[in-house]
Design a protein around this ligand. Sequence first.
Ligand SMILES: *Cc1c(COP(=O)(O)O)cnc(C)c1O
Length: 387
Amino acid sequence: MTTNTTTHLGHLPTPFYYYDAELLEQTLAAAAAAARPGNYRIHYALKANANPGILRAICRHGFGADCVSGNEVAHAIRNGIAPSRVVYAGVGKSDREIALALREDIYCLNCESLPELEVIQQIAREQGKIARVALRVIPNVDAHTHRYITTGTEENKFGFTLDTLPRAISYCREASALQLIGLHFHIGSQITDMGAFRTLCERVNTIQADLQAQGITFPYLNLGGGLGIDYEHPDLHPIPDFERYFATFREHLRPLPGQEVHFELGRSLVAQCGRLITRVLYVKKGKNKDFVIVDAGMNDLLRPALYQARHHIENLTSNGPLSRYDVVGPICESSDSFGQDILLPATSRGDLIAIRSCGAYGEAMASRYNLRDLIQGYFSDALPISH
Ligand SMILES: *Cc1c(COP(=O)(O)O)cnc(C)c1O
């Protein structure tokens, strides 16, 4: 960020999210280019950030949408994503959400339990529709990520285990209003070890081969998302290594002939383009440490409190000698902290602070806890001009 933009940012009321439109563009272009050789389709996981500015860029690159609620399905379509490119996953779809997805005629509902299939069958019959469904399978791959964001092992609530899968398949085949078109996998998030994706490929190959031996094949395969980013060094790795990610699948995945392969990337597409800009309210001298108290709190950026996540933090104003600080928010919770023992240039009241890599699961998770204002997002190419 240049001094110019920094001065510019100083005119906006803090805290706010700031999105680098150019980096977003470059990231989406890199992902699209890396997916092309495998004929892979990308569905953006809307829950990472549903800001309309982000969705406009997603649309320009021809990506579809992966939704996890009825409101996300409606929001994706309202923001220009064709219903034929929308998929919908979730363990707890309500009747109203299922009805909406069927009415909008989205590409596919990714289903996670037998009772859910029964309800979809019933609602599709009432609407006189055939529901395209895929079954989410737990492949038992440990993604070696935080336990709150790992989803591919049998010890969690998502999807069908391998021993419940045959029953679900035969149910779909008998149900008059269901058309089973594929299998869905998603093993977790912030995965940086390509070995986890390689294991996923091998499991998927085995599962598909077993089913094929019984004469069961599908036109559609969805491998979920989960590619991680570099939170420690955002400037070293501003664009995730999509080449290496998709190459892992090209090398190890054996799709059936003509099978459409989809990916649902969220974080890796949007995280690095976003910063949380906040202002220092007070620098408080503690007994053994100094606290930088900023005007952003856990309601604006929940990841540190929820996942013990660490984001790179910068002082945009000062270039004084380095010192160590705990950077904390104003909320009455001890977990309202953005980092301990952070090295920053000598910091004082009024300085602007940037918390990096906040484009994913930042603005999207913001709340009005403590009745604080809901945080706004601004794009670098659409900032109000101020003098
Ligand atoms: C959250 C989610 C994703 C996206 O995960 P990222 O780690 O952000 O890429 C993809 N698919 C499903 C089903 C999800 O729940």
